[in-house]
Design a protein around this ligand. Sequence first.
Ligand code: AMP
Length: 191
Amino acid sequence: MINLVLFGSPGAGKGTQANRLEEKYNLIHISTGDIFRYNIKNKTDLGKKAKSYMIKGQLVPDAVTIKMLGSEVEKNKDAKGFIFDGFPRTTAQAKALDDLLAQKNAVVNAMLSLQVDDEILVKRLLERGKTSGRKDDANEEIIRKRIRIYYEQTDIVKSYYKKDDKYYRIDGVGEIEEITARLSEVVDKFI
Ligand code: AMP
């Protein structure tokens, strides 16, 4: 099994690159943000729990997010591996992911962290907001808040993976194909 954490601030390109890596390496792509949005759209209990946090640009509580991630992994028992996109966003989530994978005799092989300057992130997200229909992309104040929350609560997760030599910094600026090639250089080490 190969398990990758695709990391980076909002707008860093995690979703775009995860879709490409999913196809290239035949892995299951789990985007916690996409799952929350799907549940909000379908007005499920999970959607109701997540909605108030998401529209404000805040993190959904760990207990809710970890439980949801666990059931998503369980839905894919035969997976060759996973690409986790937007998860973990806290150290508690990173620990929970290790515990979950340990039950499958598996580990996170690498954290691939896409680095993009903040002002480029804001521009990208405002641009995405014109077509994505995402309320949290439509408002510059919410976008800046999400980036701030990333630095306050999520950036620290890097150190969790650094201590095990699993952290890889990837330049997230350039052509989409070019960035996929940079990510693939690392992924290929584990194939
Ligand atoms: P994303 O699509 O990854 O940008 O996530 C959109 C929003 O979903 C975030 O701003 C959070 O409100 C929520 N969310 C997604 N993943 C997580 C997570 N791992 N932990 C907490 N909240 C999350």
